[in-house]
Design a protein. Structure first.
Length: 318
């Protein structure tokens, strides 16, 4: 696999629905073998972008190439190269797991033995091998989602575009799903995967794209995002005070080594340059010594979500 090969190339993409700028001049590239998270709130423009990539909708402006092929000029070739998992898919109550996959394999044009082999492979891969005769209405949400995921793999595409594939899954099903993505990544697939939950994607993606109001506001890795918000190496602390929090905010503003992340309802979230317990204990003693009316001083694990909120507050980066 040529890891420098650009498999998804999006330049100046725009899509409007009336006055709504659903996608507003987005540009990004995904290289061969990368797993990239596409993250944004409801209505941010993820599905609209992904549908254009999957040749299901046309752009108003801009250019999209999949494996070097323009999606508008070569839609049939592009579809052969990519697997698309929509965020909503039909569940046919009385169609069995096998029949469902067999139907799609027929649609891809696979014949007899080859079709059977592919369907069986996908059932094994998605852990649905023992569910072949089970009607879809008897599947749990996680199983139905895996089935739809399996459907996108039937033609062994090089590129996968997955729209909210983990939405609504319980923690166990989410872990199983992550494992499948990991295996596919190891096999060299290029994967673009959307979610509105950042932590859902953080650990499985090589890079992340954040979309907000149709615009790309950040692209980079999870650790770059943490670093950019300035607290990756340090300790994050949530402090609650009795009464007025102004004195506490000032304290964080002027003390060396501290960075105020944000004021909270009863105090503040701040980062100290070190996360060593002794260093934090010394700071705590100093705060108490200087008369700050502390009610709580709690070291917390920094979450990607916090870093993202900080980055948005700082005006984005992309
Ligand atoms: P979600 O997480 O809720 O799926 P999303 O990030 O995928 O959201 P989109 O579905 O791409 O967001 O929607 C982006 C914007 O475009 C929204 O304001 C939405 O209301 C609007 N939009 C999307 N599709 C259409 C449509 N067919 N007609 C009119 N407006 C649309």
């Amino acid at each position: 696999m040529d890891q420098d090969r650009i498999m998804i190339d999006v330049r100046g993409l725009e899509k409007n629905f009336g006055h709504v700028k659903a996608v507003d001049r987005i540009s990004f590239q995904v290289r061969a073998g990368q797993v990239v998270g596409f993250i944004g709130a409801n209505g941010a423009g993820k599905t609209t972008t992904m549908r254009i990539l999957a040749t299901l909708s046309s752009a108003d402006a801009g250019e999209v190439k999949i494996a070097g092929l323009d999606v508008m000029e070569y839609p049939a070739e592009v579809r052969r190269k990519l697997g698309w998992m929509p965020d909503q898919f039909g569940v046919y109550d009385y169609v069995s797991v096998f029949e469902y996959l067999d139907f799609y394999a027929r649609a891809y044009g696979f014949k007899a033995q080859e079709r059977r082999r592919r369907v069986e492979e996908v059932m094994v891969f998605t852990d649905l091998a023992t569910f072949g005769d089970r009607p879809m209405r008897g599947l749990s949400k996680g199983q139905a989602q895996k089935l739809c995921f399996g459907r996108t793999l039937l033609h062994d595409p090089e590129i996968l575009i997955l729209d909210e594939p983990a939405a609504g899954l319980d923690p166990r099903a989410r872990i199983e799903f992550k494992n499948l993505v990991r295996i596919l990544a190891q096999r060299g697939k290029t994967i673009l995967i959307s979610s509105h939950i950042l932590s859902e994607l953080g650990e499985m993606c090589d890079a992340m794209l954040f979309i907000d109001g149709g615009r790309l506001v950040y692209q980079g890795t999870a650790s770059e995002l943490m670093r950019q918000s300035g607290t990756e190496a340090g300790g994050l602390v949530e402090v609650v005070v009795a009464g007025e929090r102004e004195k506490l905010l000032q304290w964080f503003e002027c003390r060396p080594g501290w960075k105020l992340i944000r004021a909270t309802r009863e105090g503040a979230l701040a980062a100290f340059e070190s996360d060593q317990p002794e260093a934090l204990a010394a700071q705590l003693r100093m705060m108490v010594g200087e008369g700050l009316p502390l009610v709580e001083f709690k070291r917390i694990e920094r979450r990607l979500e916090d870093a993202f909120v900080d980055m948005l507050k700082n005006g984005g980066q992309a």
